[in-house]
Design a protein around this ligand. Sequence first.
Ligand code: SAH
Length: 348
Amino acid sequence: MISLNDLTLSELENEITGLGEPKFRAAQIFSWFSKGISGFDEMSDLSKPLRQRLSENYGIRAAVIEKKLSSAKDGTDKYLLRLGDGNIIESVAMKYKHGISVCLSTQVGCRMGCAFCASALGGSVRNLSPGEILGQAAALQRDLGERISNIVLMGIGEPLDNYENVIRFLKNVNNPLGMNIGYRHISLSTCGLVDRIYDLAKENMPITLSVSLHAPNDEIRSKLMPINKKYPVAKLIAACREYTRITNRRISFEYILIDGVNDGETQAGELSESLLGMLCHVNLIPANPVTESGLKKSPPKRVEAFKNRLLRHRINVTVRRALGTDIDASCGQLRRKHKNAQQQQGWC
Ligand code: SAH
């Protein structure tokens, strides 16, 4: 059965006019998918017979809030959402002065196997559909009762490993009849699927690309991130340079500082050299303790030294505190988030 919220607006128009309905009905239906509904019966501006007909012929891939965890400390809300097949995913809402930013999952589980990331433990279950990715943002916006202004695809899963669905989601969430979120307010975080980075550069979507780099050379990166064996550092950096050349958008590099693994002066020097002259920003993240892997966060002195080395090379750099009021995106929470999900749902 076709799920109508997985379609783009033009596909939906074809489908609806095929039923003999006027084209504007498609726009009405499309708008409902950004309001966090889970059934056709909620589409109050459609006649009852049409709602009936839609529910007999089509589905909606909904993401329904199962549980909400609110942090009194930093105003962050974490949500567990249930999908139609019973799988549970997680999304996070972060409140800033400039608005609400949500961190969405793109897959159930992940098959990238990064050593420091808890979501890798159970492998991948399946891709999320475009409607399920949008459904997370829509459900959160409905629950919060306030417009979402920014989206980061930094939750569970590797967005570029679910490329077609993520692109479709981006088009739909950007549509003025949908959530109407500008591409410049959307970030996508990847572990570095080089071929897909080149594809993304050609999509003409000026989103921010975040790259989880975490090491300046193949020796260290391959130990932390198996994907590096397929796409080594030099190829990844070359793809990033090309991305900035085509899109004129700054790349944001994520770099988790892990005690004694990737946080030395030598690595800071190597990193500086690789990024020299690139339109980019480096986010240093003192790793959250990853008990499963035995990896520990770098001491503050080493974080400072690493940062200063990059600054000396005129590389834009900030240190992201793992938790607290200044959380720039969701890395710190992600760790806890994955852990929570594991404990509560046992699917990781
Ligand atoms: N697959 C994508 C997006 C999901 S991970 C990616 O790799 O970018 C989102 C971010 O959280 C990545 O930068 C990831 O490296 C980071 N992350 C994962 N585990 C972490 C940990 N234990 N401490 C800090 N950041 C972590």
